[in-house]
Design a protein around this ligand. Structure first.
Ligand code: ADP
Ligand code: MG
Ligand code: MG
Length: 197
């Protein structure tokens, strides 16, 4: 996988966010403040624009630029968290021209742990981590990772939120999918799509 692959991954994810933005916002209107779709859409559109303009030359540079762009354009919890995921994953990839599936799995595992550290969320707290963790565990098979993310997001439905805005609702957060877990699923579905091409 080279820089072109990583650019295709993130622009494909941006298209998915664009397509699913209303659903993401609906999920956030149930247990948050109804801005997750618009937050993510603004951020991922800015990522696509930045990648087109700067054409970073290595996988690590693509992820660093994307992460930095998310942090600077997305207000709300998800921006710094997804931004940290991409930045720390990019940093772990270093300046390699090409990376293999196993290297990506390890780098993403580092990124996911950085998200856990930044947000302080444990498994089952009904956050994006409940999709990210199982997805990374299923790598390097990208299709399996996408399915694991989707199952992880689905499994957030009955949970009571213990982190983020949804936690203010207490037991009223039960019965709804976590919006950030839904977005994390889109990221891994895009990886599977681009891998299959
Ligand atoms: P905000 O809650 O600031 O409006 P968003 O709506 O864009 O931000 O994002 C909400 C999502 O962020 C949640 O669905 C959850 O997945 C994720 N999130 C919030 N707080 C945390 C945290 N401490 N750790 C991990 N993920 C979190
Ligand atoms: Mg929100
Ligand atoms: Mg908000």
């Amino acid at each position: 996988m080279d820089a072109g692959f990583f650019r295709r991954w993130l622009t494909t994810a941006a298209l998915a966010v664009e397509r699913e933005a209303d659903r993401l916002t609906d999920l956030d209107s149930a247990i948050g403040d109804a801005d997750h779709g618009s937050n993510m859409r603004r951020g991922t559109a800015a990522v696509t624009a930045a990648l087109d303009k700067e054409e970073p030359a290595t996988p690590g540079a693509v992820l660093l630029l994307a992460g930095r762009t998310l942090v600077s354009t997305v207000g709300g919890a998800a921006g710094p968290l997804f931004g940290t995921l991409l930045r720390r994953t990019g940093k772990a990839l270093g300046d390699a021209e090409r990376v293999g599936g196993e290297e990506l799995r390890q780098a993403l595992a580092t990124g996911v742990e950085a998200v856990a550290q930044l947000g302080g969320a444990a498994p089952g707290d009904k956050t994006m981590l409940d999709a990210l963790r199982p997805a990374v565990e299923a790598l390097p098979d990208a299709a399996a990772a996408a399915r694991a993310a989707a199952r992880g997001a689905e499994a957030t439905v009955p949970l009571r939120a213990r982190k983020g805005r949804a936690s203010y609702l207490g037991e009223r957060s039960e019965g709804h999918m976590d919006p950030g877990a839904a977005s994390a699923t889109l990221l891994f579905e895009a990886l599977a799509e681009v891998t299959a091409d």
